[in-house]
Write a protein that binds this ligand. Sequence first.
Ligand code: SAH
Length: 406
Amino acid sequence: MSKYSKETKKYSHKKTTTGAKKNINSPCPISDRCGGCQYIDKSYQEQLTIKEEYLGKLLKDFGDMEPIMGMENPYHYRNKVNAAFKRKKNGEIISGTYEEGTHNILPVTSCFIEDEQATKIMGTIRALVRSFKITTHNEDTGYGLLKHVMIRTARKTGQIMVVLVTASPVFPSKNNFVKALREAHPEITTVVQNINQKHTSMVLGDRNQVMYGKGFIEDVLCGKRFRISPNSFYQVNPEQTEKLYMKAVEFAGLTGKEVVLDAYCGIGTIGMVASDKAKEVIGVELNKEAVRDAIQNAKLNGVKNIRFYNNDAGKFMVGMAKDNAKVDVVFMDPPRSGSDEAFMSSVMKLAPERIVYISCGPDTLARDLKYMTKGGRYRVERMVGCDMFGFTEHVESVVLLSRVKP
Ligand code: SAH
């Protein structure tokens, strides 16, 4: 699941900022229809101020925010690019994003926030789809093969993964297609066919067939190496992710003696970064493929004090609370919808000394902070915003809570 998915965009501070007409002075020709970059017409400094003020206001009951961590270069930060594909009546292939609120494909040939190499590869794939006469999927008729293409780049290692999402398993002239793609872009390290026969808003299906390479890429974050499979979550802005994780680990105040829980751990990144300073780390994550990556990542980095569990974080926590498990520090990084009641109440039962809450949904963060501070159980110690999503209205935050001693 992508933290960035438009479908889950529940909160908005557009009203206070963009005024009546959105993006009037936009340098991007499609920004008024794409729905991606709400702040494209604002200077980067202005964007940071808006986000900082928004968080400050929303979270004011819990204390003061520290200065927001901004990006050095706010352009082309996205390491993951998704595009839907369509053949026009004249045979031309277009690829891009859905027009806001519809399923009309808006052609994207350049983008201010996408990885530039990925943009180029997408252009090559359009040309190859045309010359190989690959059919594109029509949602209404159900006819046609290619639905989407996802490209992920690993900035530190240079590895690139191309995922061709198709409506059925048979990909005509697949070897020649991949060969031509690799000839044009030798930097591509793996090509995967993902089969998605469902008609949902999810881009990826469950089945992957490796067409070339290992079927995953590896990137480096905070000095550790991580393998990333197609369906696993990986933060889209690696430069800011390092700042975010370093801040989270700093907030955790680890001394080497702590039992640490990394809830909603994805491929194990936060727990692995914290593992050097902890006695023991337990990671829990719902996505099977991500857990498989996490286990491999522990091996890859020779990290021996970490274990991963494939479970719903709420259910897992209920079990831990029942067993009276001892946990000193909880990192929690839930999806935008926040944590459920089962998780929250079990965290309270486990009563860790510190909770580091990493959130991409300020509204649900505020809701969950209210729950945890109710009755003086926990106190918010530090709060900081981190801009992972320049030009968009989204903002990430990290909050440190500590248990109030009776
Ligand atoms: N901490 C990771 C992942 C954060 S994204 C990182 O920084 O990369 C949130 C993660 O929560 C995703 O990997 C998603 O698959 C997982 N997730 C969503 N719902 C969950 C649930 N109910 N229980 C456990 N994990 C869940």
